[in-house]
Design a protein around this ligand. Sequence first.
Ligand code: MTE
Ligand code: MO
Length: 507
Amino acid sequence: MDRLSAPAESLARRAAVLALAFGASGAAAVAGSFVVAGDGPAFLVTAVASTLLYLLPDALVTWGILTLGEYGRPLLAVAAAVGTVALFAALVAGVVRLAGQLNRSRADALFGAFLVQTVAAFALTVRPLAALAAGAAGGVTLAVAGRAVTDPDARTVPDRRAVLRAVGAAGAAAGIGWLVAPRAADLPDETVEDEGVLALLEAADERSLGVPGIDPLVSDGFYQVDINTSTPVVDREAWELTVSGGPTEFAVDYDELTDREGEHRFVTLRCVSDELNGRTMDTALWTGIPVADLLAEADAPEECCVRIEAHDGYYQGFPRAALERGFLAWRMNGELLPRGHGHPVRLLIPGHWGEINVKWVTGIEVRDEEVTGYWEERGWHGTGPVETVAKIHAVEPRGDGTVLVGGHAYAGTRGVDRVEVSTDGGETWTDATLSDRLPGAAPADGEARVEGVAADAWRMWRHEYEADEPHEVVARAVEPDGTVQPAEESDAFPSGATGWVRRTVEP
Ligand SMILES: Nc1nc2c(c(=O)[nH]1)N[C@H]1C(S)=C(S)[C@@H](COP(=O)(O)O)O[C@H]1N2
Ligand SMILES: [Mo]
């Protein structure tokens, strides 16, 4: 019995040890590319994540966005990291095996491993330096693992030390990567003590209703939705925005743009993938200029449509009329626009789903026919105006027989006039307390329904009532023209969630 199982056991042990050593080589290749690329597009994991997003069926990507929400991006990054290590481990394993079958030497096997990892890294990133670093780190790790791992003829079981050496080499590569990888310099602190900004932020603070557990009128943390797992780093000195489509092309650089006197506007953004009571909806105070000014300067032709381009490969198409009311922003809450939100400059399109609010914007092209955008090509219909929603993010039974409920309500540029609350599942309704509208100038075309207020910003609501039995609380927003938030329920995919938010309360 013992005699029979011994060879099987040592075979299994050999396989396990080899898998670990090859895995270490794959991990070292990933670390090697990080040394050169940092958290940029030439980093293998970033490239694999982008490739995955590109290759995965749209339905799967959509499912991921809807079920994973804000965890989607980090989970994709982790999956891509594990997948990349496995891929590069499999490649070296294949090479070592092949060398054995072809009766080649250990040196050939090692060189083959270096070559196959370098070529694969190049195929994924198209960056020669990062690819070489990946292949070199992977190859060296394999070499230090020792003869028993890389000798194609070796029949012996590699010892524990081989694996330790390989893992040590991979760890060293990762450590070096961490220490020397290029990092994007922090954005300069150019917060200006602009009195206009300070006054507006203070007004937002004063108008916020203190509801525990929900953000004030200017969000504490602004959600972020990107097509990539790493945040683009755009050099603002080299940045340019071109306006094309007419007889002459027009370009403006960062200094030319931001030397102008910016306006400050409160604008709310909501992603079309936001679930009915989700959290991908936030508000900030943005500083910039109307896009219409730039279109006029560029003498942009009067065609129906526009295509917007961004630095990260993202693009969108929508009617020119929507862009005409848009805003080009370079500051957020008084600070430089953060990298994750589009530094140096982004678009804000009033009242429309988040996706056409293009970040890291580099080009505006006027077209005489409709253009589809990145998400439209993946099945979403997220270029139009937002659906109206009143969220219920706070539900606080106070223990003394009273309950406090509250949330934010948003209806794009239609505006929120009232929020109604039902504490009996929708039988009877009461008006909730609503925050005063945020201040702002009405856009020139009279889009705002009310003078002197932000045309495209959410409001907060709260309601306190007595209850001692379990019940269902429901909220719905009402627009100034009396339109009530539709009750009919639909999923976020493909054109935005609808329905009324309902929460069960157990006092
Ligand atoms: N260049 C670029 N712009 C983009 C995106 C992107 O991935 N790349 N995502 C869009 C989506 S889907 C949304 S909802 C908003 C989110 O803006 P935020 O990340 O600043 O919240 O940006 C939009 N603009
Ligand atoms: Mo979005």
